[in-house]
Design a protein around this ligand. Structure first.
Ligand SMILES: [Zn+2]
Length: 443
């Protein structure tokens, strides 16, 4: 299923060195030695034999269990080469990681090659506007508005300092729009739900807005609704960038819309879901950064589901590794049908995307057969919209599904600063859905 022909000998060499050194030297991976079939086996088979590293494992062995011999944590911290950062991963318990800016920047730089617009525009000195929740990046100031000078950092301009988008007044959103025109960013990096909110405002004002060379969506799953709202205002190319604090930049969407593995920066092992769950070609990814000198994260379950591209090819011609047709959303945004089939966020989102006049939504599965849908909409015929939504969700989850639709003035981000479009109020363990036969056959 997974095309292997395209990886370089260096890719395998680095994969092997990292695994072998970790098994030998690092306490976090000591117990993994028992799973290793040994050097006689292909490195892909050896990785496939390993368990998945989880955030729980990181918490248990942090930091010493992950730092290669020869690196002195105390010295690294004192010199500023590394720091400890607490992540607020969507929907997950937070975890502390080692942050090495040089490695991160290099991983980002390598990802730029995977999209022709970023390859052209992202020089490393280009100016970039960022629209994110300041809990994730930037400067926080909920009371007073920060002047532009207090939101600049080297080549970046942070457009938003409010942790709660409900604090965005029309004047505040006008400020963001005006600043785009003044700063003229080559690249505009944005959290999709926040950008969609800004775009609803801009569309209402029907004022022209500066068009950056490329919009990069990151931090969150971009919904069909987000794209629709963004497209009303921006004609710029849009690319989705996918990664995490632990792994660096993992996938970049090319100009043809497919996702390419950043294989100069990381190794990816794909594990398919059991047939019938999520849809064909869907599985989780286990990521191993290949060049982080300080922090050895191996076979890490990033917590997202992805869909392999069936053809394994892309019209853009890039052949850097695994090609995805889509990111399917986090495991913690998956829901179940009445029959127990796993539904990814993307599958749900495509269905909700069929409704017109929906600004925002959130779906909560409160029990095995009950689903609450919260909608923000300007439509006048709210009852008709609720009926349409209910019918669509019954088609997805099953005729007997109990669907409740209610209207909100706004949907709020979680304490992580990120929105969560769907959730189940009970645990869904990814391990129960992985096709174990597929892994042992090394497919
Ligand atoms: Zn491509």
């Amino acid at each position: 299923m997974q095309k292997m022909c395209c990886f370089s000998p260096e890719y395998y060499e680095r994969s092997r060195n990292i695994l072998e050194n970790a098994l030998k030297d690092l306490s976090a991976y000591k117990s993994w030695q028992a799973f290793d079939p040994g050097p006689r086996y292909h490195i892909d088979t050896r990785y496939a034999s390993m368990p998945a590293l989880t955030k729980k494992d990181i918490r248990e062995h942090f930091p010493d269990g992950f730092v290669p011999s020869g690196k002195d944590i105390k010295q690294g911290l004192e010199s500023g080469e590394i720091e400890f950062v607490k992540t607020s991963g969507t929907c997950d318990v937070s975890v502390t990681n080692i942050w090495n800016q040089k490695w991160w920047d290099e991983s980002e730089r390598l990802s730029w090659k995977l999209n022709s617009h970023s390859a052209r525009l992202a020089t490393g000195t280009h100016n970039e506007a960022i629209l994110a929740n300041p809990i994730n990046v930037g400067f926080i100031s909920n009371d007073a508005d920060l002047p532009v000078g207090k939101r600049r950092l080297v080549r970046f301009l942070y457009l938003n300092e409010k942790t709660d988008p409900a604090l965005w007044t029309p004047a505040f959103m006008d400020r963001m729009t005006d600043e785009l025109g003044e700063f003229k960013p080559a690249v505009f990096e944005a959290n999709p739900s926040l950008l969609a909110k800004l775009c609803r405002h801009i569309a209402e004002r029907s004022k022209p807005v500066f068009q950056p060379g490329l919009i990069v969506l990151t931090y969150e799953y971009p919904s069909v609704l987000h794209y629709r709202q963004i497209r009303r205002v921006f004609g710029s190319p849009i690319a989705s960038s996918y990664g995490s604090t632990e792994t660096g930049y993992v996938f970049m969407q090319c100009e043809e819309g497919k996702f390419h593995q950043n294989s100069e920066s990381c190794r990816i092992d794909f594990q398919a879901l059991k047939p019938g769950h999520g849809g064909h070609g869907i599985g989780r990814i286990l990521v191993t950064p290949l060049s982080n000198p300080w922090y050895r994260i191996i076979h890490f379950d990033v917590g997202d589901l992805v869909r392999l591209d069936e053809s394994g090819d892309c019209p853009c011609g890039r052949n850097s590794g695994i090609i995805l047709s889509a990111i399917e959303g986090r495991m913690t945004t998956a829901t179940l049908t009445l029959a127990g089939r796993l539904v990814t966020l993307r599958e749900l989102d495509n269905i909700i995307g069929g409704l017109s006049g929906v600004d925002e939504y959130r779906l909560e599965q409160t029990g095995k057969d009950s689903y609450d849908l919260f909608i923000v909409s300007q439509r006048n015929d709210k009852n008709a919209l609720a009926g349409e939504a209910s019918n669509l969700l019954k088609k997805l989850y099953g005729d007997g599904a109990k669907i409740s639709v209610s209207y909100e003035n706004a949907i709020f981000p979680e304490s992580t600063g990120k929105y969560r479009l769907a959730k189940a109020d009970f645990p869904i363990n990814v391990e129960d859905y992985i096709d174990k036969d597929c892994i042992s056959e090394g497919k």
